[in-house]
Design a protein around this ligand. Structure first.
Ligand SMILES: CC(=O)SCCNC(=O)CCNC(=O)[C@H](O)C(C)(C)COP(=O)(O)OP(=O)(O)OC[C@H]1O[C@@H](n2cnc3c(N)ncnc32)[C@H](O)[C@@H]1OP(=O)(O)O
Ligand SMILES: N[C@@H](CCO)C(=O)O
Length: 379
């Protein structure tokens, strides 16, 4: 390889909290959280950002839920406290689909994450990082944890809850767990229950991380800089990123081209390999492997029908005005699942289709089509 991968650099674990400048990010603290899998989380905090102003009867609040490696920074530029620009910057702001002249937009970082909310890299009750002691959590647990943010802000009922991928799972769980608190629902590229295929794709990712000697059973936070499971996390991201894009896109974009002057007949890479290396390197710099494992497992557990009499009975509880959408080229969360979900939610109508070559990631890329879905929900 003439352009070495940088995955041996230390990850950004915890740096967001330590070096955070004053900004709009705030925290809500929750007490004992009873967990789906048994046991409790003794205390936790949820980081969140807001845009716009809450009106006097708190009827204009919208909850936006991020995907696996997202965070509360859905809008605005990158800054010292935020390594990436807002992931829905084109959708949130004055005059945009989520018009902050009218709406109060709230974006929490998920429980179990590593960008401000409590997760495996956070201090446990004894002050040492939770690591392997962090309990297993489900999407449902994450949603119940987020209710503290709504309660603290005085929001009894969200005008809308929306999200894509893992964010779509949380949005859906909000509408099923708290039907009276969700007036509008937009689920993008997310199923009612994770399928065998989705669990299967997660499996090699989890193995890649936990088989890395740097993983140390999940207790690597006190290891010297650079000794964490960075290579494993990088491999996991490469696998995941392929599932986030379509095969046709990769073929048309990269073809059989080598990366620059590299020679794939020797030790050189194809351009598409370099592209995956780049995404792996970027993730390793900004995301914690412990959170990746925990959140991936929580997505595996996603099933709105669990302990509720099945998916049909769970979806029948939804009273929100609902828009359900998938992406025609999504090979990870196929349109079939969007159709099944829409068919189960009272009044949801047909699932909408985002037309795009970009696969699953289209909910982050196809701003105009997503904006139209948001407008369809809100107006
Ligand atoms: C709600 C949430 O999900 S939040 C999380 C969202 N953010 C992420 O997922 C972070 C990772 N980023 C991504 O997955 C994507 O960048 C998206 C989905 C956000 C946007 O997708 P796109 O705009 O289509 O970006 P794309 O996948 O083409 O990647 C572009 C990057 O690949 C790099 N790249 C392209 N070709 C090559 C190559 N041959 N070799 C190395 N790097 C390459 C580009 O230089 C660019 O780098 P940069 O992002 O550092 O500027
Ligand atoms: N690329 C996005 C989508 C995952 O669903 C992320 O990393 O969060």
């Amino acid at each position: 390889m003439t352009e070495p991968s940088t995955v041996d650099l230390p990850p950004v674990t915890g740096a967001w909290r330590a070096g955070d400048p004053p900004g709009r990010r705030q925290w809500s603290a929750g007490g004992r959280l009873r967990l789906d899998a048994g046991g409790t989380l003794p205390e936790y905090r949820i980081a969140y950002e807001t845009w716009g102003r809450l009106n006097s009867d708190a009827s204009n609040a919208v909850l936006v839920e991020h995907a696996l490696t997202g965070d509360s920074h859905a809008a605005g530029p990158a800054s010292p406290g935020h390594p990436t620009a807002g992931w829905w910057d084109g959708l949130i702001g004055p005059g945009r689909a989520l018009n902050t002249d009218e709406l109060f937009v709230v974006v929490p970082n998920v429980l179990g994450g590593c960008q401000g909310s409590t997760g495996p890299s956070s201090p446990g009750p004894d002050g040492r990082p939770w690591g392997s002691r962090f309990p297993r959590i489900t999407i449902r647990d994450q949603v119940r944890a987020e209710a503290v943010v709504a309660d603290e802000l005085g929001i009894d009922r969200w005008a809308a809850v929306l999200g894509g991928s893992m964010g779509g799972m949380r949005a859906l769980e909000w509408a099923v767990t708290f039907p009276g608190r969700v007036a509008g629902l937009l689920v993008l590229a997310a199923p009612a229950a994770s399928s065998a295929d989705q669990v299967a794709w997660a499996s090699p990712q989890l193995h890649a991380i936990t088989a890395d000697p740097g993983w140390r059973g999940g207790d690597y936070y006190d290891a010297p800089p650079g000794a964490g499971p960075h290579r494993g996390l990088g491999v996991a991201r490469r696998i995941a990123h392929v599932t986030y894009r379509s095969g046709l896109e990769l073929d048309q974009r990269f073809g059989r081209r080598p990366q620059g002057a590299e020679d794939p007949l020797g030790d050189g890479r194809y351009a598409v390999e370099s592209y995956l290396d780049h995404h792996a390197d970027k993730l390793v710099r900004r995301f914690d492997a412990g959170s990746y494992v925990l959140l991936t497992r929580s997505m595996n557990t996603h099933d709105v029908g669990r302990d509720r009499g099945g998916v049909g009975a769970a979806l029948a509880r939804v009273t929100a005005r609902s828009v359900i959408a998938g992406v025609d080229s999504d090979r990870l969360y196929p349109m079939r699942q969007a159709h099944e979900l829409a068919a189960g939610i009272p009044g949801a109508g047909e699932a909408a289709e985002i037309n795009s070559p970009y696969g699953h990631d289209s909910f982050l890329i196809e701003t105009e089509q997503v904006a139209n879905l948001v407008k369809a929900l809100l107006h």
